[in-house]
Design a protein around this ligand. Structure first.
Ligand SMILES: Nc1ncnc2c1ncn2[C@@H]1O[C@H](COP(=O)(O)OP(=O)(O)OP(=O)(O)O)[C@@H](O)[C@H]1O
Ligand SMILES: [Mg+2]
Length: 469
């Protein structure tokens, strides 16, 4: 869709010439001769940019700007000013005008400035759109994602939230298994009852049993008081069996009995106690494999595996990166008192080429550290921790060839790799002489500079400059 620019100026010559120029360059245009007419248009039509004269009969440019800021604050305004009124133009910038241009204006300058505003504006719009999407369709609790596979998981989860079906969440470390389990609980009818986490890997065998089921006084040495176990704690709510693959075999039998009978027995006790809990289990282990080797009970596996959900690793949903980065930048903004806003393109390229074995948890940690480290508005490559790839060699996941990452993503990575190698090679062979390289590559110099920025290439490395003494 064409972007619409509204020109507000009482100078007919300027209006006509500018309208023609903008139309020739692919914009849709509208015009008003004064502020009041402009307001009528703005109240009704979608306008992407207002180009307004400062000095006009009736309502002047500053007043129009103030109206826009109050009523359609998302619409950027650029001021046109005669030579005498630079001070007013500066005042307009202070009041929120995006930019100004002096009359008579240079066509190229005008087009460049307009292009820049609209590009920035487009980014804002994209972000707003993403936020809206998170708010509606893609949101599941505080889980941030717009990835197709994740979205499918959310849909599945929606079907079982309200039921008591046992859910098994599978996925690598840091993929958000616990977050998903919580989201299920808080979207279920049990939301006002406890969500109790049992970390199955963290305890010795005896303690695990008493932790799960409680014990009676004197049940074993050191059991001086009666203890209520986690299953009982969770009455009416949800039990989250984290790292369920680490439950020792003899306890697996007991766990299975609880799931089947819906009652527990405290250690050293002899009365079964009914428990009403919903069970969600998670593991990063391969339970099917463990079953074959006899370290995980088959019957327990089938009991838990009623509704399995496999969370994809971050490297297989890199389309989530922008939205996750934005989310964590905002979440940890306070660490820099809000001064850090974004990653530089090169730093972002590095993030995109990292393999993220620690998944979302690793990403959040990297962002947290970088926000603390960064000094300006942008996080630069030097602010990234050394564990993120320090060089620009792109990372191609081993799973790429097996079709586990989307085709487009795969091609993007291969292209990135090929382009950066080609460019580095040219720079080395021609000592960083951009003019020569541009001719040989048959692209213009701007493209080369852009690519160098994209790949984080430092041209001074290739130029034969005298060594600093
Ligand atoms: N999609 C997401 N959006 C926002 N935050 C997320 C998302 N996924 C994970 N996180 C955050 O990442 C961190 C790790 O998530 P979580 O603890 O749920 O992972 P896990 O799969 O249980 O990992 P582990 O197997 O190591 O226990 C948490 O701080 C969580 O809030
Ligand atoms: Mg976990």
């Amino acid at each position: 869709m064409k972007e619409t620019i509204l020109i507000v100026d009482d100078d007919k010559g300027f209006r006509v010439a500018t309208l023609a120029l903008l139309k020739d360059n692919g914009y849709a245009t509208m015009a008003a001769t004064n502020g009041n007419d402009a307001i009528k248009i703005l109240a009704e039509a979608r306008v992407d940019l207002v180009l307004s004269d400062l000095v006009m009969e009736g309502m002047n440019g500053i007043e129009l700007l103030q109206w826009i800021k109050a009523h359609v604050p998302g619409t950027p305004v650029m001021m046109i000013t005669g030579f005498g009124s630079i001070n007013t133009a500066v005042e307009a910038m202070r009041l929120g005008a995006y930019d100004y241009i002096t009359k008579p204006c240079d066509n190229d300058e005008l087009l460049i400035k307009i292009g820049r505003v609209l590009q920035e504006q487009g980014k804002d719009r994209e972000l707003r759109r993403l936020r809206e999407e998170i708010g509606e369709k893609y949101s599941f609790g505080s889980i941030v994602s717009r990835n197709e596979r994740m979205n499918r998981i959310f849909k599945l989860v929606n079907q079982v939230c309200e039921t008591d079906v046992t859910v098994l969440v599978l996925g690598e470390t840091g993929t958000g298994k616990e977050l998903l389990a919580k989201a299920i609980h808080y979207n279920s009818a049990r939301r006002n009852k406890p969500f109790v986490v049992i970390t199955c890997s963290a305890l010795s065998e005896t303690l695990l049993e008493s932790e799960l089921f409680g014990h009676e006084k004197g049940a074993f040495t050191g059991a001086q008081k009666q203890r209520i176990g986690k299953f009982e704690d969770a009455q009416g709510g949800t039990v989250f069996l984290d790292e369920v693959g680490d439950v020792p075999l003899h306890l697996q039998t007991k766990l299975l009995r609880v799931l089947q009978e819906k009652e527990i027995e405290r250690v050293g006790g002899n009365n079964p106690i009914p428990v009403d809990v919903r069970v969600i289990a998670a593991t990063n282990r391969n339970l099917a494999e463990m079953m074959k080797t006899g370290t995980f009970r088959e019957d327990l596996f089938y009991r838990l595996n009623v509704f399995p959900l496999q969370l994809p690793p971050l490297r297989e949903r890199m389309d989530d990166m922008p939205i996750l980065v934005e989310h964590f930048l905002q979440k940890h903004a306070a660490l820099s008192n809000g001064s850090v806003r974004r990653f530089s393109p090169t730093a972002m390229a590095m993030m995109m080429s990292h393999d993220w074995r620690g998944n979302i948890r690793e990403l959040e940690n990297v962002i947290k550290r970088s926000v603390i480290q960064a000094e300006g508005e942008s996080i630069l490559t030097i602010d990234l921790p050394a564990t993120a790839p320090g060089d620009v060699r792109p990372y191609i996941p081993r799973s790429a060839e097996s079709g586990e990452i989307p085709f487009k993503e795969y091609i993007r990575k291969i292209t990135y790799d090929a382009e950066s190698k080609y460019l580095v090679d040219m720079l080395e062979r021609h000592q960083g002489n951009i003019k020569v390289i541009a001719e040989l590559m048959e692209v213009d110099r701007k493209t080369i500079y852009r690519k160098m920025e994209e790949f984080g290439i430092d041209i001074s490395k290739y130029r034969n400059s005298p060594e600093p003494s």
